[in-house]
Design a protein around this ligand. Structure first.
Ligand code: GLU
Length: 296
């Protein structure tokens, strides 16, 4: 059996649109052509937004596109224990801290005159660090909502510091948004200054996208990750988390983004572009492939 395991990891918080179809078809075909395995993982970690109707619609669209996948499907809602164990591990290593800031407070701190708000990572501007050095306050922890943030500077130090981080790389089989190809090295300055202390868990979501995706890809022994170039910057964080947790690094294939006629990236809320809408209009799977510029 060839060691080629791909996954498509939709969040059941909306309908699949053309961009998702492109990711899913590209990953599925890469696995099939290599004689490997294709998995679908339901990223239903945000239990406030995930809906069973969307999950059913996603499965239905994937099957309609001609995609088949292994059963059973893994749902992130079954993995909360694993995420908690990873957070406990980071806590013991003193690499995470609770952050009580509201979005409003963060925005206010970033618009303060001394703050250089220029650095932006995949989750937006880097957190200004207000709660980083707070003394432990058990009463506040018990009563106030908080997020858990990774202390990025310490995390980089713990995988060996800037020199080693530069040696951490991932192999790009596709292309990054700036034409990055082949071997992509991690940039410690980008991680510390631009990504900053990213959120790894919140009260309502027990693991962030970055944490859950890294743990789940390792758990499912994914060898190849196919996804859009919009997630290229997130891959730097994922590579660092893999190093922190001692997990293997898959190969990455970031693909071009599917845009509308105006060149705007498609979003879940563009329901008019959903696969369901194309189907309702009588489109065939071949029509969708043509629209995506794929072989029919
Ligand atoms: N649930 C994520 C999304 O739909 C998965 C991204 C990934 O492939 O890592 O954007």
């Amino acid at each position: 059996m060839v060691n080629h395991v791909e996954r498509f990891a939709p969040s059941p918080t909306g309908l699949l649109h053309l961009g998702h179809a492109y990711s899913a078809l590209t990953a599925f075909e890469a696995a099939r052509d290599a004689g490997g395995t294709f998995l679908v993982r339901v990223e239903d970690i945000d239990t406030t937004r995930a809906r069973p109707e969307y999950e059913a619609a996603i499965f239905d669209d994937l099957a309609w596109l001609g995609i088949t996948w292994e059963q059973p499907v893994l749902r992130q809602s079954e993995r909360f224990g694993a995420y908690q164990a990873a957070l406990d591990d980071l806590k013991v290593r003193d690499l995470i801290y609770p952050c009580f800031c509201t979005r409003k407070e963060i925005n206010a701190a970033m618009s303060a005159p001394h703050h250089d708000g220029s650095a932006t990572g995949p989750d937006g501007p880097a957190y200004p660090g207000t709660c980083r050095a707070l003394p432990v306050d058990a009463a506040r922890l018990a009563h106030a909502p908080y997020a858990l943030r990774l202390n990025m500077r310490k995390a980089v130090a713990s995988v060996g510091g800037a020199g080693i981080v530069k040696k951490l790389s991932f192999k790009e089989l596709g292309k990054g948004p700036n034409g990055e190809r082949k071997k992509v090295n991690l940039d410690p300055g980008y991680l510390i200054e631009s990504c900053g202390d990213i959120v790894l868990a919140r009260k309502e979501t027990p693991a962030s996208y970055h944490l859950s995706v890294v743990l789940d890809d390792a758990f499912q022994q994914i060898t190849h990750i196919t996804r859009g170039q919009d997630l290229f910057a997130a891959t730097f964080i994922h590579r660092l988390l893999q190093a922190l947790f001692g997990r293997p690094t898959p190969l990455y294939r970031h693909h071009r983004l599917i845009t509308d006629e105006a060149g705007k990236r498609l979003a879940k809320r563009d329901d008019a572009r959903s696969i369901q809408a194309f189907r309702a209009d009588g489109a065939t799977p071949e029509d969708v492939r043509k629209l995506l510029g794929m072989r029919t």
